[in-house]
Ligand binder design. Structure first.
Ligand SMILES: NC(=O)c1ccc[n+]([C@@H]2O[C@H](COP(=O)([O-])OP(=O)(O)OC[C@H]3O[C@@H](n4cnc5c(N)ncnc54)[C@H](O)[C@@H]3O)[C@@H](O)[C@H]2O)c1
Length: 335
């Protein structure tokens, strides 16, 4: 990617962020964000990736407060121990635990799934939340560009490996749910199927936006396949808005300074940012409903190309190749 294209990608990402911030500011001026109320979820089990901090931590905490058994999947042992302790203390729910899972490693993902399956418990909700943003150019253990590998391919593989548990735990009238966390940056993302690894030049902004666009395409395609099969699992996308978390640790220092000074005012808190994920995970209004892009606990439209079945199929097939799994959509299992 030429320096000019990289600058263009950065401007587009900043423009997308600024538009969301402006809308959030207006909403704050009109009374802010009201905490939604959800019904208790006893006996239900959820996995939240990246639940050790930020939006994932808040999501795990809200689900635990609703009585769910929550498994935090993350790659930081000490932060996880602290997160589990805090959530148990705040919610008085001791069915909160941590299982190590590094999304940058397919081996670690497979080990995580193996350990989860050994527990012999159901799985009703998978929240694909973990992510990195605008990291310097580097590769995952398996040689993937980090945004694409961690944010997208890691969750693509994880969802595949857990799909049988989700299907076995769902029933007509009480579906299991896959919630995938994307971002408004997907609206400015570009996806070149011939260069998913940024080998033609690296832009951290472009790479992040691409990973978030890929997640939306994945979720919509997953829903179409589940629906065709009559599966009791739904797939939706949650867009948290612009949220005051450490995700911004790699952005330009001026942006970090602005966030430090004014973030409390124009960013959502992690709790507010988590509400759309929690809504997607448990709201009765979404029973049996999938294929949605959810923002501020309401349906919104994702970028037009995310509804393109051909592009969805092509990305899906490529992702299967990259993660070394069979393309189930070609299987009769998927109808
Ligand atoms: N903060 C925002 O404004 C914002 C906006 C839109 C979307 N999002 C999305 O929300 C999600 C959560 O972000 P956040 O703002 O809470 O950021 P955060 O940095 O606070 O949390 C990210 C989480 O992902 C985990 N993670 C990172 N790499 C991992 C790996 N290799 N394996 C396992 N876990 C890993 C981290 O440990 C952490 O728990 C991300 O997918 C992000 O893209 C955030």
């Amino acid at each position: 990617m030429s320096p000019l294209s990289a600058a263009r990608a950065a401007l587009r990402v900043y423009a997308a962020g600024a538009a969301v911030i402006l809308a959030q500011l207006l909403r704050r001026c009109r009374g802010g964000f009201a905490e939604p109320v959800f019904p208790p979820q006893p006996g239900r089990v959820a996995i939240v990736t990246g639940g050790t901090e930020g939006i994932g931590f808040a999501t795990a905490k809200h689900l635990a407060r609703l009585g769910m058994h929550v498994i935090i999947a993350g790659n930081n042992d000490s932060k996880a121990r602290e997160a589990v302790r805090k959530i148990r203390e705040e919610t008085l729910n001791d069915k909160v635990e941590f299982l190590y899972c590094d999304l940058a490693s397919m081996k670690s993902l497979r080990q995580f799934v193996q350990k989860f399956k050994m527990k012999k418990i159901p799985l009703h909700v998978l929240v694909n939340n973990a992510g990195v943003m605008m990291v310097p150019q580097r590769e995952t253990e398996d040689g993937f560009e980090e945004h694409f590998g961690v944010n997208y391919l890691g969750h693509f593989l994880l969802t595949h490996l857990l799909l049988d548990d989700l299907q076995a735990s769902g029933s007509p009238g009480r579906s299991s749910r896959v919630v995938t966390v994307s971002s408004a940056t997907h609206y400015v993302g570009e996806l070149d199927l011939d260069d998913l690894q940024s080998s033609g030049g690296y832009s951290p902004h472009g790479a992040y936006a691409r990973s978030k666009l890929a997640l939306v395409l994945f979720s919509h395609r997953l829903q179409a396949l589940l629906e065709a099969k009559g599966s009791p699992v739904t797939a939706n996308v949650a867009d948290p808005g612009v949220v005051n978390t450490d995700l911004y640790r790699h952005v330009f220092w001026g942006t970090r300074l602005l966030k430090k000074l004014f973030g409390w005012w124009f960013f959502k808190t992690p709790d507010e940012g988590a509400w759309t994920s929690v809504y997607a995970a448990v709201s009765p209004a979404l029973e049996g409903v999938g294929g949605r892009y959810l923002y501020n606990e309401k349906e919104a439209k994702s970028l037009a190309i995310t509804y393109d079945p051909k592009l969805q199929r092509q990305l899906w097939a490529r992702s299967c190749q990259m993660t070394g799994i069979a393309d189930m959509s070609r299987d009769t299992l998927w109808g």
